[in-house]
Design a protein around this ligand. Structure first.
Ligand code: ATP
Ligand code: MG
Length: 382
């Protein structure tokens, strides 16, 4: 059997450059490699509702934003099916059966869920309003993610590092299911970015992860001016007070972004960012920039101007395509509808196999006759 991809994003906001380097850029490459039989890209609105139950409108509005970001970043509906999670009811049904294969204790150990519960303040919440505590749906989302992945028999899941515990949870569910009911489900492999800076891109505030929920993002759809302003306000090395001071590159977000985005050709095209009135440098690659920064004498402003040029170079074509697509909203919904229909048929096939393996397919053709024969015989033998 050929290789199948499933990935997705929560429609809780527009996509940011963390999504791009952590997953989206890779998806486009994989899509165009031709090495995959099927590619499903899911807009995880049902999952987004697990911590946005009081704000369904936010989720609804962001479905189109994420779809626009996908298409502008190069996802091609002729090669990849984009689907809306909530419209594939089979996923919810699978989740319900998988819930019996996972313990509460196991979910409580999931480091990503733990971190996200803390970030959202679910544990601190007090009082009787429905914001207090962790919603059960949110707590269980790793199980629903297992349903999403296995429904499409995905072999490959290209995601950021924060998703590692989810893939492990999925693999456990697959093994447990197959051992208990028979070999139906496929164990997926995670495909992490090969560039370390992209595993978990930090936020513009220097926090560990750029995340819609933290408001520290550079969005794919930000204008060139917005990108410049966000980069200007970025955290660098707090010890690098004077230009002449030696600077730190490690943990310096500006350099992390350069690690993620900078290519050798950028030095040819944007090298003049390092030409100043007082000092000028002719860097040929990022290592030379880092060496100079460490030694001292290279100011943050120059590095930031270069980063702005590099980011805008990557984002400009995406922005341009987005502007065009924004003028053709019916096309975008058409893509979503078609992708969802194809996904739904695939998920329905897996669900039927799952129910057959679990022997809860009572009224399926053939099964009913067998069941009647079995039970008739039981009573006749009494
Ligand atoms: P939310 O705050 O709503 O959880 P998010 O910004 O974490 O949003 P998700 O929709 O949860 O985004 O993540 C979608 C995909 O993007 C996942 O594969 C995730 O690993 C990846 N991703 C998200 N943020 C980053 C990041 N900062 N660096 C690398 N990959 C990321
Ligand atoms: Mg997230």
């Amino acid at each position: 059997m050929g290789k199948i991809i499933l990935t997705g994003d929560r429609p809780t906001g527009r996509l940011h450059i963390g999504h791009y380097v952590g997953s989206l850029r890779r998806r486009v490459e994989l899509q165009n490699s031709g090495a995959f039989e099927k590619i499903f890209i899911m807009i995880a609105d049902a999952q987004a509702l697990t911590d946005n139950a009081d704000n369904p409108e936010k989720v609804r509005q962001n479905i189109i934003e994420v779809a626009l970001d996908y298409l502008s970043a190069g996802i091609d509906p002729a090669k990849s099916h984009i689907l809306i999670q909530s419209q594939v009811a089979e996923l919810t049904e699978l989740t319900f059966y998988y819930m019996n294969l996972v313990t509460v204790q196991r979910l409580q150990r999931n480091p990503t869920v733990k971190a996200e519960i803390q970030m959202r303040g679910f544990n601190d919440a007090e009082g009787a309003d429905n914001k207090a505590g962790t919603p059960v749906g949110f707590f269980c989302y790793p199980i629903s993610q297992a349903a999403d992945i296995t429904a499409f028999k995905a072999t490959t899941v290209p995601v950021g590092e924060d998703q590692e515990p989810m893939i492990e949870q999925t693999r456990e569910i697959v093994r447990k299911f197959n051992a208990t009911y028979g070999p139906v489900l496929v164990e997926p492999e995670i495909l992490l970015p090969d560039n370390a800076a992209c595993l978990r891109l930090p936020g513009t505030d220097g926090k560990a992860k750029m995340s819609k929920s933290l408001g520290n993002c550079i969005y794919l759809s930000d204008s060139a001016e917005e990108v410049a302003a966000k980069v200007r306000g970025m955290y660098t090395d707090p010890g690098h007070l004077q230009v002449s001071d030696p600077g730190k590159v490690e943990g310096n977000t500006v350099f992390t972004y350069l690690d993620a985005f900078c290519r050798p050709e950028h030095f040819v095209r944007f090298g003049d960012c390092f030409h100043g009135r007082k000092v000028s440098f002719d860097f040929k690659n990022l290592d030379e920039v880092k060496a100079q920064y460490r030694a001292g004498g290279l100011g943050d402003v120059m590095v930031k101007n270069f980063l702005t040029a590099v980011l805008n170079d990557t984002l400009e074509p995406i922005r341009r395509r987005r502007k065009e697509l924004e003028q053709d909203i019916p096309y975008v919904y058409g893509v979503l509808r078609e992708g969802t229909e194809i996904a739904r048929a695939a998920a329905a096939e897996t669900l039927a196999e799952v129910k057959r393996a679990m022997k809860i397919n009572y009224f399926e053709e053939g099964a009913l006759e067998e069941l009647i024969a079995e039970q008739t015989q039981k009573y006749q033998n009494l």
